[in-house]
Design a protein around this ligand. Structure first.
Ligand code: SF4
Ligand code: SF4
Length: 378
């Protein structure tokens, strides 16, 4: 496989001018913004707008990076639409709240971009998919001449890591996302669906906000972790290989990376990529994993005992009643409807839980913990 390029820029702060400089350098690494955007092109800027959180929480792509990409595309004559379908209900009210709190409202206004309020979605066929051969994607994707993705570097309770490839999941409207979790309950199938989706969505460039990432119980319940970089690549699979390696994840720990390597979508090792710009070596670190990390230990247990022991050891979501405000966001996101709200608190019926951790992801007050079996610890 030919070497694939990842552009690396030192970006210690979210200061707007510095961010614009970094974005221009990223574009230049791939032939300049004009190689992607012609005057009059409709540009979709797909950001990570998981939920209504302030930028400093490091849950969503920072508005300064979104602003800078939009400003650069506008300079090239593009008509920029900023869009994402957050978790939970896909309504104008939800979008409005998310745009306002995440800082995107202001970013769009000053970059001369517009925010998507079209709640439509259409089917697109993708015959090349290994597992999924069609997707139902939000309207701005269908209307775009060029798609740019602006993702956030984070750990993830279900997929271990989230960055370029998983950012495309937000092209699926609202509560159809939990339906996908229901259809693809096992991690390998879910990861394959994400790979097919990313290939179908085909962002021309993916920018990654790694100025401040998130470690621990990401993608929303973790802790902000400064890294001081922005990254960019044409190949989102290569970008994920590079970024996950940078924060200390082996390729086999991240199912989307493992499958992408297996399917020849990126090289086997990050060293085989061509990194341009800043030397990333001094930034190498180890992000704390989400508590839900898979239980490989049980594979060494005799066959008949594996299933019950795996069930016992598997991490599961637990509601912290003291923090729960009874908003119902978790119940709305649960693909198997195993959460009820009574007495102003959420209750999870353990037996039916498929451990997708959508509830933990969507809880606005971090009231859902991921609990592991502690019985064998000393
Ligand atoms: S656990 Fe979180 S999301 Fe669920 S009802 Fe309580 S506060 Fe809302
Ligand atoms: S309770 Fe939470 S982890 Fe379990 S299936 Fe529902 S959303 Fe997924």
């Amino acid at each position: 496989m030919e070497r694939q390029t990842v552009s690396v820029r030192r970006s210690p702060t979210y200061e707007r001018e510095a961010m614009l400089e970094a974005v221009r350098a990223h574009f230049d690494a791939f032939g300049g913004v004009g190689a992607f955007v012609r005057p009059g092109d409709r540009v979709l800027l797909k950001t990570n707008l998981l939920m209504a959180r302030a930028p400093q929480a490091a849950t969503t792509t920072h508005p300064s990076l979104v602003w800078a990409i939009a400003a650069a595309a506008r300079e090239a004559g593009g008509l920029v639409c900023i869009a994402d379908s957050p978790g939970g209900r896909y309504t104008k009210e939800t979008l409005k709240k998310c745009y306002r709190i995440s800082g995107l409202e202001q970013a769009a206004q000053s970059a001369g971009a517009w925010l998507n309020f079209d709640l439509g979605a259409q089917q697109v066929s993708f015959p090349e998919g290994k597992l999924c051969r069609s997707f139902h994607l939000i309207s701005p994707w269908h209307e775009a001449d060029v798609v740019f993705s602006a993702c956030k570097l984070k750990t993830h309770a279900m997929t271990a890591y989230t960055g370029a490839v998983k950012n495309c999941f937000g092209l699926i409207p609202g509560l159809e996302k939990p339906e996908m979790h229901f259809r693809f309950q096992q991690l390998p199938a879910f990861a394959q669906m994400l790979i097919d989706l990313c290939r179908c969505a085909a962002p021309r460039l993916t920018f990654m906000d790694a100025v401040v990432g998130m470690e621990g119980n990401g993608p929303s319940g973790g802790t902000p972790r400064p890294l001081g970089l922005t990254l960019c690549a044409e190949n989102p699979f290569a970008l994920d290989l590079f970024a996950s390696d940078l924060i200390g994840f082996a390729a086999h720990e991240v199912e989307t990376v493992r499958l992408a390597v297996q399917q020849g979508l990126c090289p086997e090792r990050a060293e085989q990529l061509l990194a341009v710009g800043e030397d990333a070596a001094p930034y190498r670190c180890s992000f704390e994993r989400a508590a839900s990390g898979d239980v490989t230990f049980s594979s060494r247990i005799p066959g008949p005992l594996q299933k019950p022991i795996k069930r016992l050891l598997a991490p599961r979501p637990v509601v912290d009643a003291a923090r729960c405000v009874g908003c119902g966001e978790c119940a709305a996101s649960c693909p198997v409807q195993t959460i009820s709200i009574s007495g102003g608190k959420a209750h999870i019926e353990k037996k039916r839980c498929i451990r997708c951790f959508c509830c933990q992801e969507m809880c606005p007050v971090k009231a859902i913990d991921i609990r592991k079996f502690r019985g064998f610890q000393i």
